[in-house]
Design a binder for this molecule. Structure first.
Ligand code: URP
Ligand code: ZN
Ligand code: ZN
Length: 469
């Protein structure tokens, strides 16, 4: 088995940073040595990490490759999206199987496996979206948890008529989760109320992209988040993971629930930490469509950004995902010219998450350890992948990023690798950058080149939520 030695770097795990050398044997981490202690160790490959950080590969637990939405499909395949992820230091993605009304959960999971098989450049796993909570779907939840390594289910309080579940369906799915140990992931926006406001806006002639953000009020995210928390408690304190949290009101409900010991967790995404309703979604003309996602970017005149960074610091926000869901501006976002309701929801970001959150470290908003924790270790633990993933320790998969704090780069569409015709992060400067990426011991990125292979990535059957066991 080929051995690789990473020498001279600062190894950063959530417990802290230490000077150390890391020995990889085949696909796993074999040993960690104090500086100078590995002088007799032989390895076919040596990677010099002097003056660099050596961190666990990023885990993005919320991405959508080739997702059907609004009459089109998100523009990354498992191949293109996973290659983009690798460039940005992410070595595991968790996407979703999608069950819609009338569909059989197991069939839809099998179809997703078929799509991903042999194409992913990094390891991958699945959650399951339940868009039709029937008796059969509830039984399928048990089967997926027990036999398929799919231990988390996303429900939507938004998008009536598409993915939406009503409170009865949500409660039933939560009751099922309380029996089988699954985690319920919730898209928490009051979609019924939003649709009323959206209809009224269009009737007034307010059809530009910015009205997508104006009608999807933060109070309606707060209300739905609280409702989900109450329903999860009624179902027996079932683990609830609030996805893509964007608003101070929602965070306050999560924090309150956690303070009284509820099994409530939440993630946010870089777009909710950096971008705003005014500066991006409110760009002139139809330009703002590039930033139409749900929940929407929030106003800069309130304190959402500051509250969310603070939530990440205090662990009320445990995870940073991207909710990567790219749509090209041409022909995809353009479906909504003249009516913001027809703009496909989502933006690309899987390639930039590690950099953007590292920038939070540079800017003094997070510690290095918290960067590693929110972007790798906690997603691994939350979704049953720890300690195989999310930590640099003997026995763990050798998913490792050598990160260079001395590099500065500016994000542009021209140099990014995701399959989308624009960048939501155009012009953002990052004071750091990915140097080397290894996935299960194989070099995927090095010297500014991709050395990986579509199909290298393996499906990961997951355990249940590691914060409850
Ligand atoms: O705008 C978004 N978030 N698109 C992806 C689907 C979802 O709700 O996560
Ligand atoms: Zn969602
Ligand atoms: Zn999503």
């Amino acid at each position: 088995m080929a051995r690789t030695l990473i020498t001279g770097g600062t190894l950063v795990n959530p417990t802290g940073g230490i000077a150390a050398d890391v020995l990889i044997d085949g696909e796993t981490i074999a040993a960690i040595y104090a500086p100078g202690a590995a002088t007799d160790v032989t390895a076919e490959t040596v990677i010099d990490a002097a003056a660099k950080y050596v961190v666990p590969g990023g885990i993005d637990p919320h991405v959508h490759m080739n997702l059907p939405f609004g009459g089109t499909f998100s523009s990354d395949t498992f191949e293109t999206g996973s290659v983009g992820a690798a460039w940005g230091g992410t070595t595991t993605i968790i996407d979703f199987g999608l069950q819609r009304p009338g569909e059989i959960v197991q069939d839809r999971l099998a179809a997703r496996h078929d799509e991903a098989a042999g194409t992913c450049a990094i390891d991958f796993a699945f959650h399951m979206i339940l868009g039709d909570v029937t008796e059969e779907a509830l039984k399928a939840m048990d089967e997926l948890v027990t036999h398929e390594g799919v231990t988390s289910f996303k429900l939507f309080m938004a998008y009536p008529g598409v993915f939406y579940s009503d409170d009865a369906q949500i409660l039933r799915a939560m009751q099922s989760a309380s029996n089988n140990g699954a985690t319920i992931m919730m898209h928490a926006e009051n979609g019924i109320a939003i649709d009323v406001l959206a209809q009224q806006a269009v009737e007034r002639g307010d059809t530009d992209p910015v009205f997508h953000g104006i009608v999807r009020r933060s109070a309606l995210e707060g209300e739905a988040t609280n409702r989900a928390i109450v329903l999860a408690d009624v179902a027996g304190n079932v683990p609830l993971y609030v996805v893509h949290l964007s608003a101070s009101e929602a965070l306050a409900h999560v924090a309150q629930a956690r303070d009284v010991g509820r099994n409530v967790f939440a993630e946010t995404c870089p777009q909710y930490l950096y971008l705003t309703l005014e500066d991006q979604l409110g760009a002139p003309g139809f330009e703002g469509a590039k930033w139409v996602c749900s929940p929407p970017l929030r106003t800069k005149h309130e304190h959402h950004h500051a509250d969310l960074w603070n939530g990440l610091r205090t662990n009320d926000l445990a995870v940073v995902s991207t909710d990567h869901c790219p749509f090209c501006f041409k022909e995809q976002k353009e479906l909504g010219v003249g009516d913001f309701r027809a703009i496909p929801n989502g933006m690309a970001g899987v390639e930039h998450r590690m950099d953007l959150i590292y920038q939070g470290v540079v800017d003094g908003k997070l510690t290095l350890e918290r960067w590693v924790e929110t972007c790798s270790t906690t997603p691994a633990r939350m979704f049953g992948l720890y300690p195989r993933k999310g930590i640099i320790a003997p026995g763990s998969d050798a998913d490792i990023v050598v990160y260079d704090p001395a590099r500065t780069h500016t994000i542009t569409h021209e140099t990014a690798h995701m399959n989308v015709d624009h960048s939501s992060w155009e012009g953002f400067t990052i004071n750091g950058g990915v140097d080397v990426v290894l996935s299960r011991g194989s070099v995927v990125i090095q010297g500014g080149a991709f050395h990986g292979r579509p199909g290298h990535g393996k499906f990961l059957a997951r355990d249940t939520n590691g914060y409850l066991s």
